[in-house]
Write a protein that binds this ligand. Structure first.
Ligand SMILES: *Cc1c(COP(=O)(O)O)cnc(C)c1O
Ligand SMILES: [Zn+2]
Length: 440
């Protein structure tokens, strides 16, 4: 009874089935979005939706225990349950970072641990949707033979894993030498065809677009708005975790700008359906070395800035020509948003401070935390406000970032919080002396 279809994000006429191979508007070439029949969704009251999602949370009734498919009617309502490819994604902890919050002047600070998931990043939220739709397309006799993506590391890991779980061949395009070794080995282990190209992410994106043109290979990048539908559940899940109360701020690291668009889309749907009555403010955080969106923001979004992105520790957001630019501009405008940037030093130091309070943050989460620190210092984020930082990947994927920091060997970074191991002989007296010094 609920329906969803593709339509042009810019508003050109036309609608297309979600099971058709189409990524951009045939009229204007802009991005598509998944549109839902909101009137039909309103047939169920806000209270009834909240009750339904509450009942499904933690259930073993496949696939409704997943943090994405719990909201299935709002995601892909007509997908057949047997075609869902799920790893119980979502359901990630909302960590109350009270100690870090107190140190930085916002005690009501929460970190959404989206990286604590099957492949270690939030990309699982979108990939479960995309791969499930492809599975249904194939079951219905589509000519699609494989799924491909360009990636800064986490999209390819998610695609390879979900593809392997479904038995669908995958092809991933990675910028050579620009992803962490954990991110490189993930799709290799999952049996994807891994193509490491001598270029950057934007170069990989250009190649994959050409390769997928004949429609036998399906494109899994976030210009494919199916992924946005899955990723939009992160904000919905956070609000559910707060018993349907709205925090004041969301801070999120951004690169290709799909995830912030998704966050905004989920929150807007909550408002349209009367589950929340106000919107939070959004902060998009960029690495200063790859900051086209920040530059556009500074010019009040009069035009899109595309630049070549320089090397940054936050490698998953080293993107110079963000695909979801228009969607993200709209999100920032609708949510009274701010775009902030962080230097290499700021992001590494913020990540280290967070780790000292029990977290284990990836460099991108460091970018978001560093942006938050700046906004608190400027008095934009106030001490009584409730703030959610979206952590996008697991720190364990970025071991050389951590080791480099604690060895104080990162370029442009002064490791104020380095905590290197103490190398000692196996001598009790020497050990005791060292401990006395440390604990005094
Ligand atoms: C993909 C990714 C991002 C950025 O998300 P976009 O949708 O490209 O803006 C941030 N952090 C991590 C760890 C990622 O993998
Ligand atoms: Zn259009």
């Amino acid at each position: 009874m609920y329906q969803a279809y593709f339509r042009c994000f810019r508003g050109c006429p036309g609608q297309w089935p979600l099971y058709e191979v189409i990524y951009t508007c045939p009229t204007c070439g802009g991005l598509l979005e998944v549109a839902h029949d909101v009137e039909a969704l309103r047939n169920r009251s806000a209270a009834a939706w909240m009750r339904l999602f509450g009942e499904r949370s933690g259930t073993t009734h496949f696939p409704y225990g997943s943090g994405v498919w719990r909201y299935k009617e709002w995601v892909i309502p007509d997908l057949v349950d047997e075609n869902v490819v799920s790893t119980f994604e979502g359901n990630t902890n909302l960590f109350w970072a009270s100690r870090l919050g107190e140190q930085i002047g916002v005690p009501d600070l929460w970190v959404k641990q989206s990286g604590n998931s099957h492949t270690g990043s939030f990309k699982d939220l979108g990939m479960t949707v995309l791969v499930s739709v492809v599975k249904q397309m194939m079951a219905q006799g589509s000519t699609v033979k494989a799924v491909a993506c360009a990636s800064t590391g986490d999209t390819s890991a998610a695609l390879a894993s979900y593809g392997a779980a479904a038995g669908i061949p995958t092809i991933v395009f990675l910028p050579q030498g620009k992803v962490s070794s954990a991110q490189l080995i993930q799709p290799i282990a999952n049996g994807a065809t891994v193509l490491a190209l001598d270029t950057d992410f934007d170069g990989c994106m250009r190649v994959v677009k050409e390769v997928t043109k004949d429609n036998s290979i399906y494109l899994a990048n976030s210009m494919n708005s199916l992924r946005i539908e899955g990723q939009k559940t992160v904000g919905i899940e956070i609000i559910q975790q707060f018993d349907w109360e709205v925090p004041d701020w969301f801070v999120i690291p951004v690169g290709n700008l799909g995830n912030i668009s998704a966050l905004a889309k989920g929150l807007l749907l909550l408002k349209e359906l009367g589950i929340i009555d106000r919107l939070p403010r959004l902060v998009a955080a960029q690495a200063a070395h790859a900051n086209p969106f920040y530059q556009s923001y500074q010019q009040e979004f009069t035009h899109k800035v595309a630049r070549s992105a320089h090397k940054t520790l936050a490698s998953a957001i080293q993107i110079g020509d963000p695909v979801s630019y228009e969607k993200a501009v709209k999100a920032v405008q609708q949510f009274d948003g701010i775009v902030e940037e962080a230097t290499e030093h700021e992001l590494a130091d913020a990540a280290a401070r967070a780790d000292l309070t029990g977290l284990y943050t990836c460099p991108h989460t460091g970018v978001a935390l560093a942006a938050l620190l700046k906004l608190v210092a400027r008095g934009v984020v106030k001490s009584h406000e409730k703030v959610v930082v979206i952590s996008t990947a697991h720190g364990l994927k970025f071991t050389s970032f951590k080791v480099g920091y604690h060895d104080d060997e990162l370029e442009e970074v002064e490791a104020h919080h380095a905590n290197p191991p103490i190398y000692l002989p196996a001598d009790v007296d020497v050990v005791k002396k060292a401990l006395e010094k440390r604990l005094s």
